[in-house]
Every structure is written in C-alpha cells, then in structure tokens.
Design a protein around this ligand. Structure first.
Ligand SMILES: NC(=O)c1ccc[n+]([C@@H]2O[C@H](COP(=O)([O-])OP(=O)(O)OC[C@H]3O[C@@H](n4cnc5c(N)ncnc54)[C@H](OP(=O)(O)O)[C@@H]3O)[C@@H](O)[C@H]2O)c1
Length: 289
C-alpha cells in the first residue's frame, strides 16, 4: 500500500495528509487500533485529552518506537519506528482553557502520551462565550517557543474567531481542524485558510459514515471499483485537506489508507462538489461553550 503523501505546515513541519482519528475509541481499544494503523502504514494519529485514550496511544507508540530512538522492533504491530516517524496530535479541552490551565493540561497530556514533545497541539473548540481562546492560544505559543510542540493550531474556529485570534497571535495557526465532508464542504473557511497559510484539516471526513450512503458516492465507487469511503477520502486528498478517518477494524483502517493508487477526474470532483448541503454530523461551534 502506498504511504500517505505529506503536506508542509506553514512552519515547514511535514504532516501525513491522512491520519488515524481516535474520537470515541475506548481506551481499551486504542492501543490495538493504533498498532494496526501503524502496522498498516499510518504515521499520524489524532487524539485529544477529552477522548480519554491518550494512554492507549502511548502504549501503541511504546511498542512501535524503539526505546533508543533507532529502528528496531519486530512483528506486525512493531514496525520499528523512530519517534520522529510518527506525527501525534492532541488537544486542550474546553474546561482547561486559560493560560495556566492550558499549560497544566499540556503537561498531563504529555504524561498520558509518554512523550517529551507532541507534534501538534490544538485548541479543541473556541468556546467563544468563555472569552479565553486568545489567552489559551498564548499558552500554545509558549509551548511552541519552548520546543515542546512542533506546531500549534485550532479546531472548530469560525471566520470571526480566526480574525479575533490573529489580532493578537504571534504564530499563525498551522491548521484549523473542522467538520468537513461532501455534505459540509466549508468553502468559506477553506478559502480563508488558504489566504492565511493555514491548512484545512477535516474531522468526520466520512461524515461519521453517513455520507457513504450518498447515491453519488456509491455510484462513483462502483465506477472506480473502490469503496465509498475510498472515494470520499480521495476527494479530501485531491482538495488538499488533511483528513483523519476513524475506523474500528483492521479491514477498514487499511481500506481508508488505500487511496493513493487511483484518482478522481474533474467530472467526479464536480459531481462531489454538488453534494454540499450544509449538513453537520457534529455540533456547530457556536453551540459548544
Ligand atoms: N476537533 C474536533 O472537534 C473533532 C470532532 C470530531 C472528530 N474529530 C477527529 O476526527 C476523527 C474522525 O471523525 P469521526 O470519528 O467523528 O468520523 P469519521 O471518521 O468521519 O467516521 C467514522 C465512522 O465511519 C465508519 N467508517 C470508517 N471507515 C469506514 C469504511 N471504510 N467503511 C464504512 N464505514 C467506515 C466508522 O465505523 P467503525 O468505527 O465502526 O469502523 C465510524 O462509525 C475523530 O476520530 C477525531 O480524531 C475531531
């Protein structure tokens, strides 16, 4: 299977375009699923303090990454990786917003993950009514300057949140991780991101599985001899999104990474562009506070 291509963040750090998402993965399953993902070729994991599974991710990383940092390890779930081969993202939860609390939350995540740096640290939701996201972001900038994170960014920021953040930010966020799939294509944010040098990272890239039954997706899958999930993930790749599908079986984990051996035509991409219907599968950022 071909590995995921990498995209360059606005500070030159490279990130695999396809990663493995861990929302709603029980901590008891996280270790085996991340091990399967690493064994299948994923090199990018997306977790969060709120998911409660950072310690499971740590177990899988511990098994896959040689303790002296060199190549080693054995067996299917121990691909003999170096720490720097795997891109790990985690996020500060809403209740931990604020400068000091964020620094403490970061330390707790590092302990859970068993790491001495993370690749990317994100604000999970703006929680605009709390009025703390600029202060929270200042803590992320501190962590970035201290070399404890290689990149920082945000999730679920609407255009107005980005404008407010950028009034005081010294480091432009590397990504904005937002709900994005064929039924919610986020044209306005994607355009704003590209003007600002922010990469668009798609959460619920498969629309939590619902988009896979869309007749246009199903028809394209039949035409290409691929699965609906592969059509949707290929669409993300061709749009230039980072995407982090979650799956609970080895077959699906492998299927979701196997999208680099075919391409969608302009006509296919146009047909998928027509599927926009402003439909969320998760919360609207204004309703999370
Ligand atoms: N920043 C945020 O606020 C935020 C919010 C939500 C999610 N996220 C991140 O984004 C990641 C992905 O989002 P998500 O988990 O909500 O949704 P998703 O990845 O769009 O969809 C996951 C669902 O699709 C199913 N699925 C996966 N691969 C499939 C395949 N090949 N064929 C058929 N069904 C398939 C999964 O089923 P099974 O699990 O049963 O295999 C699961 O029910 C999360 O795990 C998390 O890392 C971030």
């Amino acid at each position: 299977m071909k590995p995921s291509p990498r995209l360059s963040l606005n500070n030159g750090v490279l990130i695999d375009q396809l990663g493995f998402g861990l929302y709603k993965v029980p901590v008891t399953d996280a270790s085996s699923l991340v091990s399967i993902a690493l064994g299948s070729g994923y090199r990018h994991c997306d977790t969060a303090a709120m998911y409660g599974n950072e310690v499971g991710v740590a177990r899988a990383l511990g098994a896959a990454v040689d303790s002296d940092g060199g190549s080693g390890g054995s067996g299917e779930s121990s691909p003999g990786l170096r720490r720097e081969d795997v891109f790990v993202t985690t996020k500060v939860w809403n209740d931990d917003q604020g400068y000091d609390k964020t620094l403490q939350a970061f330390d707790a995540s590092m302990v859970n993950l068993g790491l001495d740096y993370v690749d990317m640290y994100l604000i999970h939701w703006p929680c605009a009514r709390r009025g703390l996201f600029t202060e929270t972001y200042r803590a992320l900038e501190t962590l970035y300057r201290e070399g404890k994170v290689r990149a920082i960014g945000v999730c679920n920021f609407q255009p107005a949140h980005l404008d407010r953040l950028l009034d005081s930010a010294e480091v432009v966020p590397a990504v904005n991780q937002i709900e994005l799939h064929p039924w919610l294509q986020q044209a306005e944010l994607r355009e704003k991101h590209s003007a600002l040098g922010i990469l668009t990272e798609a959460w619920s890239p498969l629309g939590r599985g619902q988009v896979l039954a869309d007749p246009v997706v199903v028809a394209l899958a039949a035409e290409h001899g691929r699965t609906p999930a592969q059509i949707v993930l290929r669409w993300h790749v061709q749009l230039g999104n980072i995407a982090i599908p979650k799956a609970s079986s080895e077959a699906r984990i492998r299927e979701n990474l196997d999208v680099f051996g075919f391409s969608l035509s302009e006509r296919d991409m146009a047909a998928l562009a027509e599927l926009e219907r402003g439909q969320r599968t998760g919360s609207h950022p204004d309703n999370v506070n």
